[in-house]
Design a protein around this ligand. Structure first.
Ligand code: BEZ
Length: 211
């Protein structure tokens, strides 16, 4: 059955460019990003993995571990990583899962046969420290993802987890957040010492709590 938000992220053990990984053990208490790329030695994927390598520290700072997967074998990944490092001016230091038997791709429903039948689509799963799926994205192979957007959604998810706020349309780090309807005004006064602005009883803004 397809995964849904709030489901436990399926565990697996897999060979990666950094050795064998048991996913849940490897995550430990961190957040995680599991993202698929359709095929090794392809242009869009090369730019995506290179960019992810260049901003890997931004994920680390947020306590997020990064793990890539494709259905190609380990020897192929190893050769391709050299090309990525050379062409994208980076050092790929996060692991790439080799998934030639499609174990991980199947667990995470990453093969969409009506789009492409012999490789994965571009899936992203953000997983919380409780091992629950917090966010999913699915892009076709032709469309490279926006990895800066992944940092933005991580910031939003972590604000919700730590401070019980939501984030409005096109929110960016530093901008006001939204107090959810589940928090009444009396609770909001205690939870948000910087105060809040009520535009409507259901539309209340508070300064970003961790700034
Ligand atoms: C690419 O990464 O460029 C790509 C991979 C599979 C299908 C289409 C494009």
């Amino acid at each position: 059955m397809a995964l849904r938000l709030g489901d436990e992220a399926p565990n697996f053990t897999a060979d990666t460019t950094a050795g064998t990984i048991n996913f849940h053990e490897w995550l430990g208490n961190s957040w995680g990003i599991l993202f698929s790329h359709p095929k090794d030695f392809t242009p869009v994927c090369t730019t995506e993995l290179g960019y992810m390598a260049r901003i890997a520290d931004d994920f680390k700072k947020r306590n997020v571990k990064v793990l890539a997967v494709s259905v190609d074998p380990l020897e192929s990944h190893t050769g391709w990583v050299k090309d990525i490092n050379e062409t994208q001016s980076c050092t790929v230091s996060y692991p790439l899962i080799a998934d030639p038997d499609r174990k991980v791709a199947t667990l995470y429903d990453m093969i969409h046969p009506n789009a492409i039948d012999n490789m994965t689509v571009r899936s992203v799963f953000v997983i919380g420290p409780d091992k629950k799926v917090k966010l999913m994205l699915t892009y076709p192979a032709s469309c490279g993802r926006n990895f800066d957007e992944l940092l933005r959604v991580i910031d939003s998810l972590q604000l919700t987890a730590n401070f019980k706020v939501a984030t409005p349309v096109n929110w960016k780090d530093g901008q006001d957040c939204i107090i959810t309807p589940a928090v009444n005004d009396d609770e909001a006064k205690k939870l948000f010492p910087k105060g809040f602005k009520s535009v409507k009883p259901y539309l209340r803004y508070t300064p970003q709590p961790n700034k």
